[in-house]
Design a protein around this ligand. Structure first.
Ligand code: HEC
Ligand code: HEC
Length: 300
């Protein structure tokens, strides 16, 4: 009996050491990645100030970038990850109200955050989808920043917080969970030339990147990734359900979140914001997606 207890004690001690070593490794690796310094210089982009450009920026923010999904309807910031012990992460107040970046952020600061996922301190932002926004062309990015500068001031709705627990850290090391923004940005990848907006395949292909379709549904749009650890992204290629859809089905799905079979698409798929796309934009995406090679779920 005594012997057995002694054995159990040793096993428990070994387990504790293993767990502590594991945790230590996870923290050491994530801290190194979180503290990495990135170059702070950015390419310059012309920021227009005319009313038409600001209106264009508003639409790009509301329908393509879908910034409100994470920054809140008044852009004053909100909690984006709240899982008991997993992580507690807030976004930022993008306005010039209390705790906001507007008013102090320079053009370069906006470009660095949006294109590189890097904050003013030269370190990575958390969970900010810069790998998608990297693909906004200069005209669109300029209009977006022009609009952000006109946001009415709103005081921050929640205090900034970036508490990332051990499980979230481990998950971020082992899966494509997009916790850290900067390492995901395809720095150096050619950015698209200005594609004339309109209901064309080319414009649909352009929108699919800054619009986040490829971030969640994968480069080949065949889906298969688990998003936010909750729902598997659907296969958008003609090899999946969409192969049987018509353009009208697609329009309805994006506008109302309802599939042709009547089921509702999870709001992890940001259709409540994507529905703000114009008919031309939605049509362009359909023309593009409908013409890509058929793949199985998750096929590269
Ligand atoms: C998936 C959620 C998500 C979306 C969508 C999103 N953001 Fe963010 N954003 C965040 C989070 C979270 C932070 C805070 C990151 C941090 O504190 O490390 C952030 C930070 C930022 C910052 C940097 C703030 C600072 O303090 O330096 C800017 C600028 C920004 N976002 C702009 C935008 C714009 C513009 C859009 C839309 C085009 C957008 N974001 C869409 C999650 C998001
Ligand atoms: C934040 C991640 C995310 C982004 C960004 C995103 N999607 Fe999705 N999408 C999903 C997920 C997850 C599902 C599966 C939802 C479900 O199973 O209920 C989905 C489902 C869909 C569906 C329904 C397909 C089916 O067979 O059920 C369509 C259509 C769709 N997405 C199109 C798009 C398009 C077009 C874009 C770009 C404008 C896009 N998505 C951007 C995550 C995303």
């Amino acid at each position: 009996m005594k012997r057995a207890l002694k054995w159990l004690g040793s096993i428990a001690a070994v387990l504790v050491v293993l767990i502590l070593t594991g945790l230590g490794t996870v923290y050491a690796l994530t801290i190194t990645r979180m503290d990495r310094e990135y170059p702070t210089s950015v390419e310059s982009v012309r920021i227009p100030a005319d009313a038409a450009s600001v209106a264009g920026g508003k639409h790009l923010v509301e329908a393509i970038g879908k910034c409100q999904a994470c920054h809140g309807d008044n852009y004053a910031g909100k909690v984006v990850l709240a899982g008991g012990g997993f992580a507690h992460l807030t976004s930022a107040n993008l306005t010039s109200g209390k705790g906001g970046i507007g008013g102090t952020y320079t053009d370069a600061d906006y470009i660095r955050a949006m294109r590189h996922g890097v904050g003013r301190n030269g370190k990575t932002l958390f969970f900010m989808p810069a790998e998608a926004y990297y693909h906004f062309n200069n005209t669109d990015l300029g209009q977006i920043i022009a609009y952000l500068k006109t946001l009415p001031p709103a005081d921050e709705s929640v205090p900034r917080d970036r508490s990332i627990g051990p499980i979230a850290r481990a998950v971020s090391l082992l899966t494509p969970f997009p916790l850290l923004s900067a390492p995901l940005v395809p720095v150096g990848e050619a950015r698209p030339a200005d594609v004339p907006p309109g209901p064309t395949r080319e414009y649909g292909e352009y929108l699919s990147k800054p619009g986040g379709c490829t971030s969640c549904h994968g480069a080949s749009l065949s889906g298969g990734n688990k998003i936010d650890n909750v729902v598997i992204a659907a296969n958008l290629t003609p090899g999946g359900e969409l192969g049987k859809w018509t353009e009208a089905d697609f329009m309805k799905a994006i506008r109302t979140g309802v599939r042709p079979n009547g089921t509702v698409i999870s709001a992890v798929m940001p259709w409540p914001y994507a529905k703000n796309m114009t008919d031309d934009e939605t049509r362009a995406l359909w023309l593009y997606i409908h013409g890509i090679p058929a793949k199985k779920l998750g096929e590269k």
